[in-house]
Design a protein around this ligand. Structure first.
Ligand SMILES: [Cu+2]
Length: 335
C-alpha cells in the first residue's frame, strides 16, 4: 500500500537523505508541539472549567516555568539552525572536479550544454556517482531548475549565473520541472534527467559532434576580437587570461575578488563594473553582441586556459604562486 502512496519522491542523490532527515525532524518537532498544545488546551478546559459556587482563583506567573519554556525551544531552534546551515552549505558548494553543464532557460524550455560539447533540450544525461555542477542563466524571465528526486532546486535568473550541483546515486529517469511561474506555458517547461551507468554515459558523451565547449569558446574568442587584446605573450593591451580563473584579481577600486564564472561573465557583459587594476578601461562591453550560449562558451574557454595551466603545474595550489599567476602579475607591472 505504501508503495502506491509514496510520501516522499524517490531519493536519487547524495543530498536527498540529508534534506529528508532535516525535514522529518521538523515534522516530528512540529507534530509533538501540536500534540502537546492540543492536549493541554483540552485538559485545562476540562480541569479548570467554571463550576457553580467555586470562585475563580488568580494564578500568578512562574519564573522557573517561563525560563524552562524559553530555554528548551532555544536549544531546539539553535539545533535546527546549525543542522540547516550544514545541509545548506553542502548543497550550495559544488565539489571540485565536478562534471560541468551549462544551462540556459528560456520560455519555455531547458537548453543544456555539456562541457564536452553535447547539447540537449529538456533532457539532461549524467553519469551515476559523479558530481555534476550546473552553471545556469536565463534568456528571459526567472525560471527555477527543480529535480525533486535530487532534492535540488535553484532559481535561474536572467543577467547572472546561478550555480547548483548534485551527485546522482541511482540510474534512472527523473522529472525536471520549472518551479517559478514563468508565463502561459510554464507548466509545460518540464524535462527529464537521465542518470546512466558510467560506461553507458561515456559512450553517450563521446557521440558528441561539436567538440568541447571550450573549443567553441576559443573560436568565438578570436571571432569577436578578444584575442587581439588578450594575448598570452603579454603584448596585448588587456591582461593575459591564462590562469585567471579561480584566482584572486586586484581591481582598480581596491577590491580583490576571486575570478569565478560569474566574474568572467560580468567582465564580458559589463566590463565597466569591475576594472582590473593596472589596465586602461578600454574593454568594450559585449552586451547584446553575444548570445547566452556564446558567453557560456567564452567562459568555458577562459576556464580551460586555467585548467590546462594548473594541470601542468600540478601543485599550483601548494606553490605560493603558480607560473601563470606570476606571468599575470608581470603583465600588470608593465602598465
Ligand atoms: Cu520556467
Amino acid at each position: 500500500m505504501f508503495n502506491n502512496f509514496p510520501l516522499w519522491p524517490e531519493r536519487a542523490s547524495t543530498m536527498a537523505g540529508n534534506v529528508d532527515a532535516l525535514f522529518i525532524f521538523l515534522l516530528i518537532v512540529s507534530g509533538m508541539m501540536t500534540l502537546l498544545i492540543f492536549t493541554a488546551v483540552v485538559y485545562f478546559a476540562a480541569r479548570y472549567r467554571h463550576r457553580k459556587g467555586v470562585p475563580a482563583e488568580q494564578i500568578e506567573g512562574s519564573i522557573p516555568l517561563e525560563v524552562t519554556w524559553s530555554i528548551i525551544p532555544l536549544f531546539v531552534f539553535m539545533a535546527i539552525f546549525a543542522w540547516g546551515t550544514v545541509v545548506y552549505f553542502k548543497s550550495r558548494t559544488p565539489p571540485r572536479d565536478s562534471t560541468e553543464v551549462y544551462v540556459v532557460a528560456k520560455q519555455w524550455m531547458w537548453k543544456l550544454e555539456h562541457a564536452e560539447g553535447q547539447r540537449e533540450i529538456n533532457e539532461l544525461h549524467v553519469p551515476v556517482g559523479r558530481d555534476v555542477k550546473l552553471i545556469m542563466t536565463s534568456q528571459d524571465v526567472i525560471h527555477s531548475f527543480f529535480v525533486p528526486a535530487f532534492r535540488m532546486k535553484q532559481d535561474v535568473v536572467p543577467g547572472r549565473y546561478t550555480i547548483a550541483w548534485f551527485r546522482a546515486t541511482r540510474p534512472g529517469t527523473y522529472h525536471l520541472f520549472c518551479s517559478q511561474y514563468c508565463g502561459t506555458q510554464h507548466s509545460g517547461m518540464i524535462g527529464n534527467v537521465v542518470v546512466m551507468e558510467p560506461a553507458q554515459y561515456e559512450a553517450w558523451i563521446s557521440g558528441s559532434s561539436g567538440g568541447p565547449l571550450s573549443e567553441t569558446g576559443g573560436k568565438v574568442f578570436s571571432e569577436l576580437g578578444c584575442s587581439t587584446c588578450h594575448r598570452s605573450d603579454m603584448q596585448g593591451r588587456g591582461p593575459n587570461l591564462q590562469g585567471v580563473f579561480g584566482h584572486p584579481v586586484a581591481l582598480e577600486d581596491g577590491r580583490v575578488v576571486t575570478a569565478d564564472e560569474e566574474y568572467l561573465r560580468d567582465c564580458i557583459l559589463d566590463p565597466g563594473a569591475r576594472r582590473v587594476k593596472g589596465f586602461q578601461p578600454i574593454m568594450p562591453t559585449f552586451q547584446g553582441l553575444v548570445s547566452e550560449e556564446q558567453v557560456n562558451a567564452l567562459v568555458a574557454y577562459i576556464k580551460s586556459l586555467s585548467n590546462a595551466a594548473s594541470a601542468g603545474a600540478k601543485t599550483a595550489e601548494a606553490a605560493p604562486q603558480s607560473a601563470p599567476a606570476k606571468a599575470r602579475s608581470k603583465g600588470v607591472q608593465v602598465e
